[in-house]
Design a protein around this ligand. Structure first.
Ligand SMILES: Nc1ncnc2c1ncn2[C@@H]1O[C@H](COP(=O)(O)OS(=O)(=O)O)[C@@H](OP(=O)(O)O)[C@H]1O
Ligand SMILES: Nc1ncnc2c1ncn2[C@@H]1O[C@H](COP(=O)(O)OP(=O)(O)O)[C@@H](O)[C@H]1O
Length: 198
C-alpha cells in the first residue's frame, strides 16, 4: 500500500454483527449460464429473509449494468469482474450481511481469490452443476442460440471455458432435482453455518 492510511473506526465488525444478531456469510453460486444460479439464489434469499436474516443478492444484472458496466466477457473482463465482486462482498460481510452471489465465475483461480479476499471461514461455494445440454435446452435468455449462430462471442461452455470447482461445499444437480428440493438441500448446509434463529 502506498501512502495510504486506512482509518480506525470506533465501531468494530464484531459490534456490527452483534447488533444485527447474525453471522455474515458469502454464499457463492457458480455454474454455466442457465444452470440455475439466479433461481436458487433468489429463492434461498427469500427463505433466509423470511427467517429474519439480513441478506443481499449480487448478480449479473445489478453488477454488470452498474459497477462493472465497463467490463467485457473476455478472460480479463471476467477476472476483473469477479475480483471486484469479491471486494464488494468483503465490505458487505464486514457490515454484517449474508451475501448471495450468482455469477458464472468460470475460473477456479478467481473463485479461490474471492475465498482469500473474504476469508475461508466466510465463504461457502455452491456448484450449480447442470450439464450444458440441459442449459442449452432451457436457453432461458436465447443466448445459446445466439452463441451457436456466432452472434455472441466468448460464450461460456461454447467458445469460452468453464473450470469445474475442485472442492465446492455443496453441489446441486438441477436436472435431477426440483427448485424446492434444491433449496432444501442448500438450507441444510447454510442453516447451521448462519445459526438459524429457531
Ligand atoms: N459471452 C457471454 N458468456 C456468458 N454469459 C454472457 C455472455 N454475454 C452475456 N452474458 C450474460 O451475462 C451473464 C454472466 O455474467 P457474469 O458476470 O456472471 O459472468 S462471469 O462470471 O464474469 O463469467 C449471463 O447470465 P446468466 O445466464 O445468469 O449466467 C448472461 O446473461
Ligand atoms: N432445480 C433447479 N434449480 C434451479 N433452476 C432450475 C431447477 N430446475 C429447473 N430450473 C430452471 O432452470 C432455469 C435456470 O435459469 P437461471 O436461474 O436464470 O440460471 P442462471 O442464473 O444460472 O443463468 C430456470 O428457468 C429454472 O426455472
Amino acid at each position: 500500500m502506498n501512502n495510504l492510511y486506512p482509518i480506525k473506526t470506533k465501531v468494530s465488525a464484531a459490534q456490527r454483527h452483534q447488533l444485527l444478531n447474525q453471522r455474515p456469510l458469502l454464499i457463492w453460486f457458480t455454474g454455466l449460464s442457465g444452470s440455475g444460479k439466479s433461481t436458487l439464489a433468489v429463492q434461498l434469499e427469500a427463505e433466509l429473509h423470511a427467517l429474519g436474516f439480513k441478506t443481499y443478492l449480487l448478480d449479473g444484472d445489478n453488477i454488470r449494468t452498474g459497477l462493472n458496466k465497463d467490463l467485457t466477457f473476455t478472460d480479463e473482463g471476467r477476472i476483473e469482474n469477479i475480483r471486484r465482486i469479491g471486494e464488494v462482498s468483503k465490505l458487505m460481510l464486514d457490515a454484517g450481511i449474508i451475501v448471495l452471489s450468482a455469477f458464472i465465475s468460470p475460473f477456479e483461480a478467481d473463485r479461490q481469490q474471492v475465498k482469500n479476499i473474504v476469508g475461508a471461514d466466510n465463504y461457502l461455494e455452491v456448484y450449480v452443476n447442470t450439464p450444458i445440454e440441459i442449459c442449452e435446452q432451457r436457453d432461458v435468455k436465447g443466448l445459446y442460440k445466439k452463441a451457436r449462430a456466432g452472434e455472441v462471442k466468448n460464450f461460456t461452455g461454447i467458445d469460452s471455458p468453464y473450470e469445474e470447482p475442485r472442492h465446492p461445499d455443496v453441489t446441486i444437480l438441477t436436472h435431477t432435482m426440483s427448485v424446492e428440493e434444491s433449496v432444501r438441500e442448500l438450507m441444510k448446509v447454510v442453516g447451521p453455518v448462519v445459526k438459524l434463529k429457531i
